[in-house]
Write a protein that binds this ligand. Structure first.
Ligand code: SF4
Length: 355
């Protein structure tokens, strides 16, 4: 018996357990932290595959009709894991900001799934809500420690896993979110922040801010590969996830009311920044059909854009019926208009299209 096996036996560690994490919703914000945590505890982490046509079809069958498209996809991803893992990790996440909150759907999903599908594997479903429940860092550590006890009784291993997971998440944020200086370099076209655009000889490079939820921006299937389509049309992108937080707060402070949805602040703050700075050619806002927070942010964004329409804003609404051809047509028309508008200085009003 080797050293590791002896230590494992000493602390009563069970054989390697499989933890399934659906590749949807806040997975796109916290996946690095979660994967590291469970791996460090000795678990095997199984992530559901990238969204496919089959996952979408399973989502539509499994999820309640009235759910937003992104929540529906969470059901399909859960179904893709259910026979492959010992546990499903589905946190009831209210938000990690001291004032602002996430979507209530993030909190309710685990319970809804458990009541609709009682035969699912055991769920690890910690509740965390800094703003509403006042969950402190100590609460976070206590909850994480309790999860760790499912995999090992070794306190050093659990504490080590938590520390490493937090460090990895911090590094991830550092690599994703840029500071103001980096933003200005991008605005002056001195650096790229994403994959380089494909430029034809006769095209000039366009700069576009692509804004939306991380689970739409980073899921090629549910966003219909919009990043690739833009790249192929010679577009240099920045996304709302990458924006400096201080600029977002600065924009939102202009209202005499608070927008409490954390992720919508990211979206709206980005749109407002670029409408004001005029450092991009256009803004594309990816919205999710039947998303309450998106409709609020979308309406405010459209009004801000109407007051100052120099930077065109295209709002696209996605759902399970969205067709790739329709999306491509809209994007191409928008890009053509941006290329023409530089020469003709036309004024374009924001438009919301459900594809
Ligand atoms: S914020 Fe909108 S898109 Fe996201 S889960 Fe909530 S309702 Fe759905």
């Amino acid at each position: 018996m080797n050293q590791l096996a002896r230590i494992s036996k000493l602390y009563g560690e069970a054989e390697m357990k499989k933890v399934g994490i659906p590749r949807a919703l806040i997975y796109y914000k916290f996946s690095e932290m979660w994967k590291t945590f469970f791996k460090e505890l000795g678990a095997e982490v199984v992530i559901s595959p990238e969204t496919t046509k089959k996952i979408k079809a399973d989502s539509v069958v499994a999820a309640p009709d009235e759910d937003c498209y992104s929540t529906k996809l969470y059901f399909g991803h859960t179904m893709a894991l259910k026979n492959k893992v010992d546990y499903l990790f589905i946190p009831r996440f209210g938000g990690s900001h001291k004032t602002f909150v996430g979507c209530p759907k993030f909190i309710g999903l685990a319970e809804v799934l458990r009541s609709l599908f009682p035969d699912l594997p055991e769920m690890i479903m910690p509740h965390y809500n800094r703003a509403k429940e006042g969950d402190s860092k100590v609460n976070f550590l206590t909850k994480a420690y309790k999860i760790g006890l499912k995999f090992t009784k070794n306190p050093f291993r659990i504490i080590g896993a938590i520390r490493k997971a937090l460090r990895v998440q911090k590094d991830y944020y550092r690599s994703l979110i840029i500071d103001e200086e980096t933003l200005h370099k991008w605005e002056r076209s001195e650096i790229l922040l994403n994959d380089p655009p494909f430029i034809n000889n006769y095209d000039r490079q366009l700069k576009i801010a692509l804004v939306g939820h991380s689970y739409v921006l980073n899921d090629p299937y549910s966003s219909m590969n919009i990043r690739l389509i833009l790249q192929e049309h010679g577009v240099d992108l920045i996304t709302s996830e990458q924006m400096p937080r201080n600029l977002i707060d600065k924009q939102l402070s202009k209202f005499d009311y608070e927008l409490y949805f954390d992720y919508e602040r990211e979206i709206l703050g980005t749109i407002m920044h670029f409408i004001e700075s005029k450092t991009v050619d256009g803004i594309i806002h990816l919205m999710v059909f039947s998303c309450g927070p998106d409709s609020i942010a979308g309406e405010i964004a459209a009004r801000v854009s109407k007051r100052d329409p120099a930077i065109p804003l295209l709002q696209l609404v996605f759902d399970e019926l969205t067709a790739e051809t329709g999306l491509k047509t809209r994007i191409e028309a928008f890009i053509d208009m941006l290329r023409r508008s530089e020469a003709e200085q036309v004024i374009f009003l924001s438009t919301k299209v459900r594809i």
